[in-house]
Design a binder for this molecule. Structure first.
Ligand SMILES: Cc1ncc(COP(=O)(O)O)c(C=O)c1O
Length: 472
C-alpha cells in the first residue's frame, strides 16, 4: 500500500502539520513492523476532550503540559481552542512558546521554582506564579524586581484521600499559613488566586467540594479580595478497575460549591474560576504499540516498561486495557507461521516484564491476552495518553521515539471499546463483542485462580510455547 500522507487539520497554530496517517493501530503494526514501541495518537480524542472541558467547565481551562507535552497533542489542543497552559519548568515554557509564539497564556503553577526559572519565565511573558511559602514569595518578588503585573496563586494544602494518586505530601500551605500568604501577596499582586490539587485520578467529586469549602474558610480568615479560584487538576479517566463518576458530576459539584464562594454574594464575589486538567484531557488520546520480545510461560517480556511509558503499570500496579495485534497475511486465513495465525480466542492472564535489566521493570497486571500470545506479536496498551510517554527515561538505552497518528479512529482502546475478538485489520467492533470476550475468559482453575504472576511461575497451563516450558 502506498504511503498515506494527508494534511488532516487546517494549518493549526504555527506549523504546517503534514503527518503520516494510519487507519488503525493494526495498520501501524502492519506497515511499520516496529521493533521499538510506538506511541499511537488519536487526534479526534484530544480534540473532543479539550472541547468537553471548554464547554462544560464553568471557567478558564489550563492544560497541564506535564501530563503529555507531545507537540502533536499541544497542536491538536490549540486547534480545539485551548489557549492557557499550566507549565512546570522552563523547558515547558520554551516548548509552548515555540509552538505558539502569540495568543496563548502560560501559568507557572509549580510551587517551587529556581530563581533562574522565575526570571527567565517573566522575561518571556509569564505572569502567573504559584507558591506555598514565604521563601518562594520573596524569590518571585526579587527575581521580577517586584513587578506590578504579577498574578500570585497561593497553593492550599487539601486532602488527597479520594485520589488514586495522592499529591498532598509535597506541596500546599496549611490553612493558617495560607491565610498569611494571601494577606502578604494581596499587597503586591495584580491578581490574587488560591489554587489546590485534590490528587490525580480523583474518584469523588465531593473532594473538590471539600477543597473549595476549605479555600472559602481560609479566605474568610484572610479577609482579602480574591480574583481567581483555581481548582487544579485531578479529573479522572476510566481505567480497568477504576470507573469514576462521569465528568459532568465533577463539573456540577465544582460549579455548585464555587457558587457559594464566588457567587454574587460570596466571599470572593466576581472571582474567576480556573482548572488545570491533565489526565482527563489526554488519557484516552494515545495507546502504546509494544512488541513481545520473549515469552516464558505466562510472562511476556515486552519492549516497553516501568522506565518507559508504563511507570504507572509498574510502580502503581495500575492495569491498562490490552489487545493483541497480529496483522494477518494477505489471505487473512490461518497460515503455517505462528505470527500469521488467527490468535486463540481464549484469554489468559499474563505478567509483563519491561526491556531493562532492572528487577523493578515489571508490571503485574494481570493482562488478559490470547493464550497463544508469543514472541513477535504486538500488543496495544490503551489509555496511555496521560503520564505515559511523558514519564520515559533512556535507562538501559530503551526509548520510544516514534509516534503514529491514527485517524479517523472513533474509539481508542479503552474500557468502553472492547478488545477486538481477533487480531487483524478488522476495525469495526461487533455489537455484543464485549459479552463474548467476557465469556471467553478462562474459567478459574487452580492454576489461574491466583495472580497471573503466580500462575506464570507455577503453571504451564495454556502455554503453547514449548521452548519457554523447557527453560522454566
Ligand atoms: C500543579 C498541577 N496542576 C495540574 C496537574 C495535572 O493533574 P492531573 O493530571 O491529575 O489532572 C498537576 C499534576 O501533577 C499539577 O502538579
Amino acid at each position: 500500500m502506498g504511503q498515506l500522507k494527508t494534511r488532516i487539520f487546517e494549518k493549526s497554530a504555527t506549523t504546517d502539520t503534514s503527518e503520516e496517517l494510519f487507519r488503525s493501530v493494526d495498520d501501524v503494526a502492519k506497515r511499520l513492523k516496529p521493533e521499538a514501541p510506538v506511541q499511537c495518537i488519536f487526534p479526534e480524542r484530544v480534540r473532543s476532550q479539550a472541547q468537553r472541558f471548554l464547554t462544560q467547565f464553568p471557567g478558564k481551562v489550563l492544560y497541564a503540559v506535564k501530563c503529555n507535552p507531545g507537540p502533536e497533542f499541544l497542536r491538536h489542543m490549540y486547534a480545539a481552542g485551548i489557549r492557557h497552559f499550566d507549565v512546570a519548568s522552563m523547558d515547558e515554557v520554551r516548548l509552548v512558546k515555540g509552538l505558539f509564539p502569540k495568543g496563548v497564556s502560560l501559568h507557572f503553577m509549580h510551587p517551587v521554582k529556581s530563581r533562574e526559572a522565575v526570571r527567565a519565565a517573566y522575561k518571556l511573558g509569564v505572569r502567573t506564579f504559584s507558591l506555598d511559602s514565604v521563601g518562594e514569595l520573596m524569590k518571585i518578588l526579587e527575581e521580577t524586581k517586584s513587578a506590578k503585573d504579577l498574578n500570585l496563586f497561593i497553593r492550599l494544602a487539601v486532602s488527597g484521600n479520594a485520589a488514586a494518586y495522592d499529591l498532598s505530601g509535597k506541596f500546599g500551605a496549611a490553612p493558617s499559613v495560607a491565610a498569611d500568604l494571601l494577606r502578604h501577596a494581596r499587597k503586591v499582586a495584580y491578581k490574587l488566586g488560591i489554587c489546590f490539587h485534590v490528587g490525580s485520578q480523583c474518584m469523588d467529586p465531593a473532594a473538590y467540594r471539600a477543597a473549595i469549602v476549605r479555600a472559602g474558610d481560609v479566605l474568610a480568615k484572610a479577609k482579602v479580595k480574591l480574583d481567581v479560584l483555581d481548582v487544579g487538576g485531578g479529573f479522572p479517566a476510566t481505567y480497568p478497575n477504576m470507573t469514576p463518576p462521569d465528568l459532568d458530576a465533577f463539573m456540577r459539584t465544582i460549579a455548585d460549591a464555587a457558587h457559594d464562594i464566588v457567587g454574587p454574594v460570596g466571599i470572593a464575589a466576581g472571582a474567576e474560576l480556573w482548572c488545570e486538567p491533565g489526565r482527563a484531557m489526554v488519557a484516552s488520546s494515545a495507546a502504546m504499540l509494544v512488541r513481545v520480545t520473549l515469552r516464558k510461560g505466562r510472562r511476556l517480556y515486552i519492549n516497553d516498561g516501568t522506565y518507559g511509558s508504563l511507570f504507572d503499570a509498574g510502580a502503581l500496579n495500575w492495569r491498562f486495557p490490552v489487545r493483541l495485534v497480529r496483522p494477518l497475511g494477505r489471505s487473512g486465513k490461518n497460515s503455517s507461521t505462528p505470527n500469521s495465525r488467527l490468535p486463540s480466542e481464549k484469554l489468559v492472564p499474563f505478567v509483563f516484564y519491561g526491556p531493562t535489566c532492572d528487577n523493578l521493570d515489571k508490571m503485574k497486571g494481570p493482562f488478559m491476552l490470547p493464550e497463544d500470545t508469543q514472541e513477535g506479536d504486538w500488543i496495544e496498551i490503551g489509555m496511555l495518553g496521560a503520564y505515559g510517554s511523558a514519564m520515559q527515561t533512556r535507562f538501559n538505552g530503551f526509548y520510544c521515539s516514534t509516534a503514529a497518528t491514527v485517524w479517523p479512529e472513533a474509539m481508542p482502546l479503552a474500557d468502553e471499546r472492547p478488545a477486538r475478538r481477533r487480531a487483524g485489520l478488522r476495525d469495526v467492533s461487533q455489537p455484543g463483542e464485549a459479552v463474548q470476550q467476557q465469556l471467553m475468559l478462562e474459567a478459574p482453575s487452580r492454576a489461574t485462580e491466583g495472580p497471573a504472576e503466580e500462575s506464570a511461575e507455577l503453571s504451564a497451563d495454556g502455554n503453547t510455547d514449548t521452548r519457554s516450558l523447557e527453560l522454566k
